[in-house]
Design a protein around this ligand. Structure first.
Ligand code: C2E
Ligand code: MG
Ligand code: MG
Ligand code: MG
Length: 289
């Protein structure tokens, strides 16, 4: 390795140090990830989704959480891409799926209105030959109605359009729903919406953040219009203010999710939220009109 003074500018040195420390971080994560599944280090948190029209809770999104004794908490945005590179995402994904779907069935056994569960799936999982069979087996073994299960896949599913369209059709046969996550951030064109057998479109937070700009609002309105024509459900993600929820409701977005309603919660806190919510609802129904 060269000494710092041998580099022509300081910026190069800083970049190099940054690169080095991020490589070390990545190697540590790789080392710990290898045993994380066997050590039962993954947990699932849940973020509720609400109908913007009547405030009803329609479902939850499952989000994986990892806590390791050496690294502490590591966010999925950091470790999922590494798990993908290491070939571990399929097994982690199956573990999250079974846990989330089992939990959702449990909640549905005492809730008055059914709620759905959405599980994030990376394209590498979807493209694994075992995937459709695993989903089918898990749903059958757990015994949840398949229409309560949704798979969230990012737009990059369109990079392998022909193959992935077949896989998505097979999933539809099983009866699960499929949604495109983070819509608008990738490089896919609008025609993936008619070419893929999907049920839901999740508009990325970056659009919601810019809702106060006239042009962004028009973009969302256009997407909503298109979804209406194509008979797709719309979910807005990353809603952080009442104003955003109000605007989205006005322009015809049905479902919303975000810190304004609730952050992702661990299983216990989500159960508590559902219990309170269910009581509230009973009160609302019982109240004379
Ligand atoms: P995503 O599926 O788009 O999930 C939304 C992310 O935004 C979550 O971050 C959530 O905690 C966060 N979020 C929700 N509402 C708000 C809000 O109002 N404001 C802000 N600032 N953030 C909000 P998280 O949990 O860190 O997950 C990041 C990404 O990691 C997910 O994005 C998803 O792509 C991926 N991921 C999470 N769990 C899994 C999993 O089980 N499997 C796979 N393959 N990917 C996962
Ligand atoms: Mg998601
Ligand atoms: Mg998203
Ligand atoms: Mg995202």
């Amino acid at each position: 390795l060269k000494k710092a003074k041998e580099y022509p500018t300081h910026s190069v040195v800083i970049f190099n140090e940054y690169l080095q420390s991020s490589l070390i971080r990545k190697m540590k994560i790789e080392k710990e990830l290898r045993h994380a599944l066997a050590n039962d280090e993954f947990d699932v948190h849940y973020q509720p989704k609400f109908c913007l029209k009547d405030d009803s809770l329609v479902g939850v999104e499952a989000l994986v959480r990892w806590e390791n004794e050496h690294l502490g908490k590591v966010g999925p945005g950091e470790f999922i891409p590494i798990a993908e590179q290491m070939g571990l995402i399929y097994e982690i994904g199956e573990c999250v799926f079974r846990q989330a779907v089992g939990q959702c069935l449990n909640w549905n056994q005492w809730l008055d209105e059914p709620i759905s569960v959405s599980v994030n799936v990376s394209v590498l999982q979807l493209e694994d030959r075992r995937f459709v069979g695993m989903i089918e087996d898990a749903i059958q073994q757990i015994g949840i109605p398949p229409e309560l299960v949704e798979l969230e896949i990012t737009e990059s599913v369109a990079q392998n359009l022909d193959e992935n369209r077949i896989t998505l059709s097979q999933l539809k046969q099983i009866g699960v729903k499929c949604s495109i996550d983070d819509f608008g951030t990738g490089y896919s064109s609008l025609n993936v919406l008619e070419q893929l057998p999907i049920d839901t479109l999740k508009i990325d937070k970056s659009f919601i953040d810019r809702l106060n700009h006239r042009i962004s609002q028009s973009v969302i309105e256009t997407i909503i219009h298109l979804c209406t024509v194509l008979n797709l459900e719309i979910v807005a993600e990353g809603i952080e203010s009442k104003n955003q929820a109000d605007v989205l409701r006005e322009i015809g977005c049905n479902i919303g999710q975000g810190y304004y309603f609730s952050k992702p919660l661990n299983q216990r806190d989500m159960s508590q939220l559902l219990r309170n919510y269910s009581k509230e609802n009973k009160k609302r129904v019982a109240r004379p009109s």
